[in-house]
Design a protein around this ligand. Structure first.
Ligand code: 5AD
Ligand code: SF4
Length: 468
C-alpha cells in the first residue's frame, strides 16, 4: 500500500525570527499552527502570502529593527493581498505603537496568544471582503495554555528544542521579560514527556529544554506532585534513543542540589552550561536585583565542576549598568577570569521602557559602555580561543547534523556546542560518532572519524580552493 500523497501547501508564510532560542521555537510552532490552513514556509518574503515577524524586545536595537524591517515590507503589500503579522515580545510591549507607526500591519499577536493565529487570519480575511480593513491585536495572557492547543511539533533533524517553561518572576531591574512574557509557567510533566517522545520518534537524538528561567521549572506530575528540572531531566533520560539533554537559560538562584547532581548522575546531560551572571560586582548585582552575590555564583560553579569536572560554562554579561564604576567593571573582568568561560554573550546596557533601571541615576555614557564592552569581549575571545585550541587532540562524541560546505564533508555538534567538520558518509547523519579533533578553524573544529570502519572514514578532504 502506498502512503497517501501529502497535499502540497497552497500558500506560503515567511517567518522572520529575532532574538532568543525561545523565539526560534515559537516560530516553528507558528508554522505548525498554520500548516492545517494550507501554509507552507518560504525563505523569501516576495513569495509569501503571509509574513510574520517574531520579534525581540530585550534591547532597544532589536526592537527598532522591527520597524525598519516593516518599512521594507510595506511595498510588497501593494503588490498583492499580503497579510503582515507582528508576533513576539515587541508585539506584546508595543502593540498599539506598531499599529500607529505601521498601519499596514494586519495582526499583532503576543507570545502567549499565537495559538489563536489561524482564527485571527480568518477574521482578517473576512473583514477584507468589501468591508473596511480591520486590524487585530491580541496581547492577552490567556487562561488557556497555547501548548494544549497547538498541533504536535514536526521534528526535522537530530537536534530538537522543547519549551518546558515560560515567563519570569525574578524582575531583574534591567529586563523586560517579566512584562513581555508574563509570570512563570511550567508545562505539566506528561505533556513534556509526550512531546519529547514524539521528537525522538521523529529522529531527534538531542533535546534542548527551553525556558526564560528554565531551571525555575516546577511542573505538575501525574501523581499531582511537583517536579523540578533535575527530576524532569531524570524522567527524560529514560526515553530510549534520547542521547543528549541540554537546557537553557538558567538562573544561578535556581541551581538546586537535584539539578546539580543530575549533571553528575545522568549520562545524557551534556557537559556545557549557560549560566548567566551579568556582572561581577556585588553592588551592581544588588542593583540589578539578581538575588545572588558574586561568591554565591562562584560557589555554584565550583560545586558544578566538582560534580562534572569536564563541564564548560558560558554566561551573559551586561556592561554599563547604571552606576557601574571602573572598580565594578574590574570585578566583572576578575570574575570572568576566575571562571574561565568557553564562550559568552556580552551586551551594553540598554535602557528599556518600564523597567526600574531605566530611570536610575548615574546612567553610564555610551562611550564608556563601548570601551568596557571591547575590553570584556577581548578577554572572552581569548578564553574562547584557548578553549577551542585545547580541543585539538581530543576525541569528542559528535552528533552529525548535516552536510558541510565541502564535498564529502559532514558537520556536527560537539558536547560543547562547537561546530565540527569531518569527512564522513551522509548515511551517518543523525548518529553520534567519536571524532578525533585535528584542526582549529575560525568558527569551527575539524576532525577525522575515530572508527576507521565507519563509511567515509578514509575520505580525504579536498584541498580548499580560495574563495574570492
Ligand atoms: N540591556 C542589555 N542587555 C540585556 N539583557 C537583558 N536585558 C538587557 C538590557 N536591558 C541581556 C541579559 C540577558 C540576555 C538575554 O540579554 O544579559 O541574560
Ligand atoms: Fe530577565 Fe532576570 Fe528574568 Fe532573566 S532572570 S528573564 S534577566 S528578569
Amino acid at each position: 500500500m502506498t502512503a497517501p500523497a501529502q497535499k502540497a501547501p497552497e500558500k506560503k508564510v515567511y517567518i522572520r525570527t529575532y532574538g532568543c532560542q525561545m523565539n526560534v521555537y515559537d516560530s516553528s510552532r507558528m508554522a505548525d499552527a498554520l500548516a492545517p490552513l494550507g501554509y507552507g514556509t518560504t525563505e523569501n518574503p516576495e513569495d509569501a502570502d503571509m509574513v510574520i515577524l517574531n520579534t525581540c524586545h530585550i534591547r532597544e536595537k532589536a526592537a527598532e529593527k522591527v520597524f525598519s524591517d516593516l518599512g521594507r515590507l510595506r511595498p510588497l503589500k501593494g503588490e498583492k493581498d499580503l497579510i503582515i503579522a507582528v508576533a513576539g515580545c515587541v508585539a506584546q510591549a508595543e502593540g498599539a505603537e506598531i499599529m500607529t507607526r505601521a498601519p499596514f500591519v494586519d495582526i499583532v499577536v503576543g507570545p502567549q496568544a499565537y495559538h489563536r493565529l489561524p482564527q485571527m487570519i480568518g477574521e482578517v480575511k473576512a473583514k477584507r471582503v468589501g468591508a473596511e480593513h480591520r486590524k487585530l491585536i491580541d496581547t492577552e495572557f490567556p487562561v488557556e495554555s497555547k501548548f494544549d492547543l497547538l498541533p504536535a511539533p514536526r521534528q526535522e533533524g537530530p537536534a530538537a528544542f522543547l519549551s518546558v517553561q515560560e515567563g519570569c518572576d525574578k524582575f531583574c531591574t534591567f529586563c523586560v521579560v517579566p512584562y513581555t512574557r508574563g509570570a512563570e509557567y511550567s508545562r505539566p510533566v506528561a505533556a513534556i514527556l509526550n512531546e519529547a517522545r514524539g521528537l525522538v520518534a521523529g529522529g531527534a537524538r538531542e533535546i534542548t529544554l527551553l525556558g526564560q528561567n528554565v531551571n525555575a521549572y516546577h511542573g505538575t506530575a501525574a501523581d499531582g506532585g511537583t517536579l523540578g528540572l533535575g527530576a524532569l531531566v531524570r524522567e527524560l533520560a529514560k526515553i530510549e534513543g534520547l542521547a543528549r539533554i541540554r537546557y537553557m537559560t538558567s538562573h544561578p538562584r535556581d541551581m538546586d542540589a537535584s539539578l546539580i547532581e543530575a549533571h553528575r548522575d545522568v549520562p545524557q546531560m551534556m557537559p556545557f552550561l549557560h549560566l548567566p551572571v551579568q556582572a561581577g560586582s556585588d553592588r551592581i548585582l544588588k542593583a540589578m536585583n539578581r538575588g545572588h552575590t558574586r561568591a554565591d555564583y562562584l560557589r555554584i560553579v565550583e560545586t558544578l565542576r566538582k560534580h562534572r569536572p569536564d563541564l564548560a560554562l558560558s554566561s551573559d554579561f551586561i556592561v554599563g549598568f547604571p552606576g557601574e564604576t571602573d572598580a565594578d567593571f574590574q570585578d566583572t573582568l576578575a570574575l570572568a577570569t576566575e571562571v574561565n568561560y568557553a564562550q559568552c554573550f556580552t551586551f551594553k546596557y540598554s535602557a528599556r521602557p518600564g523597567t526600574p533601571a531605566s530611570t536610575m541615576d548615574d546612567q553610564v555614557p555610551e562611550d564608556v559602555k563601548s570601551e568596557r564592552l571591547t575590553i570584556l569581549q577581548d578577554l572572552i575571545a581569548r578564553q574562547q580561543r584557548a578553549f577551542n585550541a585545547a580541543s585539538v587532540g581530543c576525541t569528542f562524541d559528535v552528533l552529525l547534523t548535516g552536510t558541510g560546505r565541502n564535498p564529502g564533508q559532514l558537520v556536527g555538534k560537539s558536547p560543547y556546542l562547537q561546530a565540527v567538520h569531518v569527512m564522513a558518509d551522509p548515511s551517518l547523519i543523525g548518529q553520534i560518532v567519536p571524532v578525533h579533533i585535528t584542526t582549529l578553524e575560525t568558527n569551527s573544529l575539524g576532525g577525522t572519524l575515530e572508527d576507521a570502519r565507519l563509511p567515509g572514514a578514509g575520505l580525504k578532504q579536498e584541498p580548499q580552493v580560495a574563495r574570492r
